[in-house]
Design a binder for this molecule. Structure first.
Ligand SMILES: [Zn+2]
Ligand SMILES: [Zn+2]
Length: 238
């Protein structure tokens, strides 16, 4: 366990108190919204940040979020310097590349064949991933160190499957022995029970279409389709 890692438990407590289908999806949405503001804000003018943006760019999803956010000039400036770098890389001429101190010209066939390796990179995805890793670590830390957290986790609605798997995968890296066993057993039971609950809601949604059930109450099933999808894949539909 990294000893010096800064642990901010407040956002995790806050997310768990929302009693939602996945506290990590809630945190993810917060981090993503914050990241869009961050990259369209002044911070991106910091040289080290700008070099990274120029080098990696953004994935389609994050480009579209920034496009919708409306700071068209900020986005244009950032996209332009990134495009200059893409062009420089593609042409093999890296002297135009900002932040590259070494002048380097790759001649001939080699540069044309060299893979660009920018198609799949995204600085925002990386930033979000780092934040989410820290939140997962924080959950594991809180399970071990914060007296009231295990019972809150036990009473929670579990997680989406994506975040459940990520958390289970990370657990042995930060917990061990009895605490690890406790944690994985608890989270698995919570997850199973809540997948069943959502599946039951979904089943009732389908049965409501039967005319014999049309007068019966919806219960919690009105939004069962979106909750099921989000439970399986993370927050993708509203
Ligand atoms: Zn999730
Ligand atoms: Zn991205």
């Amino acid at each position: 366990m990294p000893v010096k890692l800064h642990i901010d438990t407040a956002p995790v407590w806050e997310a768990y108190r929302q009693d939602c289908e996945c506290p990590l999806c809630l945190l993810y949405d917060q981090v993503e919204t914050g990241s869009v503001e961050y990259f369209l804000g002044d911070s991106v003018m910091e040289p080290s940040q700008r070099i990274e943006v120029n080098e990696k760019g953004f994935c389609g999803h994050h480009f579209s979020l920034m496009f919708e956010a409306g700071n068209r000039l900020g986005l244009a400036l950032m996209t332009h310097t990134h495009m200059k770098q893409v062009i420089a890389k593609l042409s093999g001429d890296t002297k135009e590349v900002e932040g590259t101190s070494v002048f380097k010209r790759i001649l001939g066939k080699k540069s044309a064949d060299a893979p660009l390796q920018i198609g799949e990179t995204c600085v925002m995805c990386e930033r979000i991933r780092n934040n989410m890793e820290r939140y997962i670590y924080t959950i594991l830390y809180m399970y071990k160190h914060e007296k009231d957290f295990p019972s809150l986790l036990e009473k929670s609605k579990g997680m989406c499957l994506k975040h459940y798997e990520e958390t289970m995968r990370e657990a042995p890296n930060h917990l061990s022995g009895e605490v690890l066993q406790d944690f994985t057993k608890t989270l698995r039971n919570v997850e199973l029970a809540n997948l069943q609950r959502v599946a039951d809601d979904l089943e009732w949604f389908t049965r409501k279409f039967d005319y014999r059930n049309s007068d019966k109450p919806w219960g919690n099933s009105r939004d069962a389709v979106e909750r099921s999808i989000n439970k399986l894949r993370g927050h993708v539909v509203n």
